[in-house]
Design a protein around this ligand. Structure first.
Ligand code: FES
Length: 117
């Protein structure tokens, strides 16, 4: 097929009509474009999107979220959130259960207990 034969012919209504020869020639090109796009997306998503953020909502205006507690203020037990989904952050409110169900993750809180007085 000559290169001239690859060009679609103008249709009656102003569009283009594609013959079987056009579709046969464009099929491998479309397949190559699809595979190329898939490979590029996989490559670039592994470089940037694969490193997703864990904190979606807590103190997003701060450069770093950090908390400090005195052991005397904790009492006998404190349960701290490690999933970043708690509405009472930095304390756990059980939101990790829903997160785990939705994502298949297995995160849970940090529980600190103090032995006797
Ligand atoms: S709510 Fe985040 S660990 Fe429980």
């Amino acid at each position: 097929m000559s290169s001239r034969g690859l060009l679609p012919k103008p249709g009656l209504r102003g569009g283009f009509s594609l013959s079987r020869g056009h579709l046969t020639a464009l099929g491998p090109l479309a397949l190559a474009a699809g595979v190329g796009t898939y490979v590029l997306c996989r490559f670039f998503s592994g470089k940037s999107c694969g490193k997703s953020k864990v904190n979606h909502a807590i103190s997003k205006d701060s450069a770093k979220v950090a908390h400090s507690f005195d052991m005397e203020d904790i009492g006998t037990k404190a349960v701290f959130c490690r999933c970043w989904r708690s509405k009472k952050f930095p304390y756990c409110d059980g939101a990790h259960t829903k997160h785990n169900e939705e994502t298949g993750d297995n995160v849970g809180p940090l529980i600190i207990k103090r032995k006797g007085p």
